[in-house]
Ligand binder design. Structure first.
Ligand code: AMP
Length: 377
């Protein structure tokens, strides 16, 4: 069995990943790391949950420490662009863990918080900058960010960038990057716009595709509860009460819906918090922290806010509404059954949403059974 020792990573990285508890590289890590260590470009078709962060971060850290360079003010040696603040913070946290012994300077940059500390952090130059596109562009235009020393550019979740309307910003950033660089592009899906972006920014890339969908989907026990919208709050309350020892992640289609669910649960004496785009960064982080630490049992999220949420031990995922986009279903239920554990996903559905359920079933190539015991009364 292949382990991390065979990948050519330096000792200090091996020590930190061992301390983190990784023993066997995931498929994307096995496939990507050797090529990245050789400096190749990479097209990675993979979503969160596959171990893609370590797949790009480990060889990156290795490269930066094997050849140390003094970074000038406002410059960075590596730029990672990612669509959401949560993902950016999570990637930086992982990099700091993997690079614990590496003595690199890394920082993160995203909107919704003050610019000052981010400008200060850049003023000395950094090894790795993890950023969302909007704030990066702002600070770039103000002259606080410069790319002359950039060696590695990583575009994460490219399809989400497109969905969220960030792709023009991303292209504006790319125009400023030095042509000589190593480029990695990760995307869960490959819509035409992303495929053509990939073909313009990648040079003879290695293509790595991992499909966690089926494996993740297989580990999750999936059910449908046929329940009208007006009865969903009661059913949710019942499910939460009956499973008082596990954490429950609830997905709603809208921000307003998420807030309504939280209010209702609170009236029922169930402590819950919401995480969505209208919440401040601090509120989102507080909610995530409380959920991770087990202080709150229920987190209610919209799809975009939940991208990349990495919470071990989510026992239940509840689709309070079925998503319009069937791939979101796979992302949602992938929040449970992480790291080899099983999990349960319950989707609320009524007759008006049956077409959404069918779309999901076509995508995952299996029927999701209706559980008639799930009742709101
Ligand atoms: P990612 O796809 O990068 O969001 O990673 C998903 C989860 O897998 C994170 O919780 C990582 O800490 C974890 N992970 C990544 N690589 C490994 C590995 N080789 N062994 C065990 N867990 C891993």
């Amino acid at each position: 069995m292949l382990n991390f020792d065979n990948l050519g990573l330096c000792e200090s990285i091996l020590l930190s990943i061992k301390a983190k508890g990784y023993t066997i590289p995931t498929p994307i890590q096995i496939q990507a790391i050797p090529h990245l260590m050789e400096g190749r470009d990479l097209l990675g078709i993979a979503q969160t949950g596959t171990g893609k962060t370590a797949a790009f971060a480990l060889p990156l850290i290795d490269r930066l420490i094997k050849n140390r360079v003094k970074v000038r003010p406002a410059r960075m040696r590596a730029l990672i662009l990612t669509p959401t603040r949560e993902l950016a913070a999570q990637i930086l946290a992982n990099i700091n863990i993997y690079g614990k012994n590496a003595k690199l300077t890394n920082t993160v940059m995203f909107g919704g918080v003050g610019e000052r500390p981010q400008i200060m952090a850049m003023s000395r130059g950094v090894d790795i900058l993890v950023a969302t596109p909007g704030r990066l562009l702002d600070l770039m235009e103000q002259g606080h960010v410069r790319f002359e020393q950039l060696e590695v550019f990583i575009l994460d979740e490219a399809d989400r960038m497109l969905d969220m309307g960030f792709i023009t910003d991303v292209k504006r950033v790319i125009q400023q990057l030095p042509a000589r660089r190593q480029t990695l592009l990760f995307s869960a899906t490959m819509p035409q716009d992303i495929a053509s972006l990939a073909s313009t920014i990648l040079h003879k890339p290695v293509r790595v595709e991992v499909t966690p969908q089926s494996t993740t989907v297989e580990k999750v026990e999936q059910k449908v509860a046929m329940v009208e919208k007006g009865n969903r709050l009661m059913l949710l309350r019942n499910i939460v009460r009956q499973n008082s020892d596990g954490s429950v992640l609830v997905f709603t289609r809208t921000k307003h819906g998420a807030d309504r669910v939280v209010k209702h649960l609170e009236r029922e004496k169930v402590v819950a918090m919401a995480i969505h785009g209208n919440k401040s960064q601090t509120a989102r982080e507080r909610a995530l922290h409380s959920f991770r630490s087990g202080k709150i049992k229920v987190l209610v999220a919209t799809d975009i806010a939940a991208r990349g949420i990495d919470v071990p031990g989510v026992g239940f995922v509840i689709n309070y509404d079925l998503p319009e986009d069937p791939e979101s279903y796979v992302h949602r239920i992938g929040r449970t059954a992480r790291a080899g554990r099983g999990g349960i996903a319950i989707s609320f559905c009524d007759n008006s949403e049956l077409h959404l359920l069918r779309a999901v079933e076509r995508l995952i190539k299996r029927k999701v059974p209706v559980d008639v015991t799930l009742k709101h009364q």
